[in-house]
Design a protein around this ligand. Sequence first.
Ligand code: FO1
Length: 318
Amino acid sequence: MRIVVLAGGIGGARFLRGLKVAAPDADITVIGNTGDDIHLFGLKVCPDLDTVMYTLGGGINEEQGWGRTDESFRVKEELAAYGVGPEWFGLGDRDFATHIVRTQMLAAGYPLSAVTEALCERWQPGVRLIPMSDDRVETHVAVELDGERRAIHFQEYWVRLRASVAAEAVVPVGAEQAKPAPGVLEAIAAADVVLFPPSNPVVSVGTILAVPGIREAIAEAGVPVVGLSPIVGDAPVRGMADKVLAAVGVESGAAAVAEHYGSGLLDGWLVDTVDAGVVDRVTEAGIRCRAVPLLMTDEDAAAQMAREALRLAEEVRA
Ligand code: FO1
């Protein structure tokens, strides 16, 4: 079975770890969000690609969900001693090596997709990880700070401000001109099922879908497209989905997110058991819906969620 997954960071990576257990023989292609990418200290940092790569390759810091295990911050301390920031973004020494290799390869002329493939040779994530695009796309968030409207990088919104101010708009800068990376459209066309993990529907899955051609390829693939709600009750399981959903005028709820994707894209939707009450609303929107436990407390729970998603895909197909 060929499965295509559109993944953001922590939620996407943990779901993928479960999917590998649930479907050990499947051929899994992950289309990774690169809107969170940031240039720091002259280096290109790709948080979502790295989170997927480290999580599936056994190198992730499990408590944080991002960055390397057994990490130290000597380089960051030295940079700070020179007065070189930003001090709010935690790049560890081991993680730095990844960004140095990536930046060196990009400077040598390799596209991000080839660089990601090369990095994955070390990590052996057991999936094919492709960035959504080789072109630069950067998610910016419009906020009001000190009485002034400003557009800031998504990482500044999330890591420095901890999403403490309202997001007035979310813009994937560069997405309109971006092309899907080599292999993205081919993987979608060859897929038996497409899955949206419980990743952020605006700044993760939404950014991938904003690359011209990707949404259309999924809608036209003629295979089941099944998603899992990142909202349980009325709050995101992690992250700031509620804040960025408000920016695009969508209420923070499992049904509203399904409607936001829409029946033109989504065939099936899993909500948590606490949201069983919205199953009828989602069904009325033309999307087959089930309520199952959706908290990825451990790998078994993530595997069970993946099984439920694949089961719903089969129901849709039948
Ligand atoms: N998240 C934080 O909350 N604080 C950090 O200092 C931080 C640094 C960081 C460095 C590398 C990396 O790959 C991820 C990092 N993250 C950090 C996670 C990241 O900000 C977001 O969780 C994702 O971009 C959202 O998917």
